[in-house]
Design a protein around this ligand. Structure first.
Ligand SMILES: C[S@@+](CC[C@H](N)C(=O)[O-])C[C@H]1O[C@@H](n2cnc3c(N)ncnc32)[C@H](O)[C@@H]1O
Length: 284
């Protein structure tokens, strides 16, 4: 069912205003595919009729559902495994040395989709009990999509999802099979928490030693990307570690971070980039 240029423009504007995501050119087929189930459920006569109902305000939840359908939630366990190795062996190790006195570690996965990234970090830590013994560790996953966060909290994955990236040994150690699905263990679930959060809003409270923001900012305009990098920097201490997706970089998008040459693929704050506490002091 074809969608008109006008409706594409309306949806693109709605999506960008609410999420920062720009609709990539030439992806019209994706809009139609994404909204097709909603169109069927509402028995809308056409894509354009569906878009009219979405923007009419007759049911405010319709626009949330349309946006959720248009977002790309693609994720899998241990995505870019080499980057996770680097994070574990170098990024986390550096923070571990720096926090030896307090033994406190806070990790934020921003744009965590259905939770695989968050459980991946939890597995990295749970696999090394001696290294992290006596540590107080918060692992917080956030996403704009309430549906994705509900699934992340539930921690139940299909056979297809569980097979993507997760080594068999981890699957057997950390998940229980329930009929045709796989449920993450209570122990792993107890290590993490999930919240709804829009990256266009101020960051969650407190400072995070490690922030993962992977495959989220790709479709943000340069200005919005810069704003979000600034907000993430404000939620990190001076020596915090930022991890982006394998094909992403901060270069050309922000002055708040620089590439960490000792840990390629990870980023650290540029000296003097403000963190929340110094920003709050300045605001007083
Ligand atoms: C492609 S997934 C990436 C998931 C995971 N980080 C990974 O790399 O495997 C992108 C996620 O970012 C979320 N997202 C998009 N815009 C967002 C925003 N403004 N605030 C928070 N999350 C957002 C989407 O809902 C989606 O779940």
């Amino acid at each position: 069912m074809e969608i008109s240029d006008g409706s594409v423009r309306i949806l693109a504007a709605l999506l960008e205003a609410r999420t920062g995501q720009q609709l990539a050119h030439g992806r019209r087929w994706r809009i139609e595919a994404a909204l097709h189930p909603l169109m069927g459920e509402l028995q809308a006569a056409s894509m354009d009729a569906l878009v009219s109902r979405i923007v009419s305000g007759e049911d405010p939840r319709l626009s949330d559902r349309a946006i959720d359908a248009l977002l790309n939630h693609e994720t899998f366990f241990f995505r870019d495994i080499a980057s996770f190795r680097l994070l574990d062996e170098q990024g986390l190790e550096r923070i571990r040395a720096a926090r030896a006195a307090t033994r406190r570690l806070r990790i934020w996965s921003a744009g965590c989709s259905t939770g695989q990234e968050v459980y991946t970090i939890a597995m990295l830590i749970a696999d090394q009990p001696e290294r992290w013994q006596g540590w107080s560790i918060d692992i917080v996953g956030t996403d704009l999509s309430a549906k994705a966060i509900a699934r992340a909290r539930q921690g139940r994955y299909s056979q297809f999802e569980i097979q993507r990236g997760l080594p068999v040994v981890q699957m057997l150690r950390r998940f229980d099979q329930i009929e045709r699905e796989w449920q993450v263990s209570d122990a792993l679930r107890g290590m993490v928490c999930f919240r709804n959060h829009n990256l266009l809003a101020p960051p969650p409270p407190g400072l995070f030693d490690v922030v993962l923001c992977r495959n989220v900012l790709l479709y943000f305009s340069s200005d919005v990307r810069g704003l979000v990098f600034g907000r993430i920097a404000s939620a990190m201490p001076e020596d915090g570690v930022l991890m982006l997706g394998a094909g992403e970089t901060v270069m050309g998008h922000t002055d708040h971070f620089v590439s960490d040459y000792e840990c390629r693929g990870l980023y650290r704050k540029r000296i003097h980039a403000p963190s929340r506490t110094s920003m709050e002091c300045a605001a007083r």
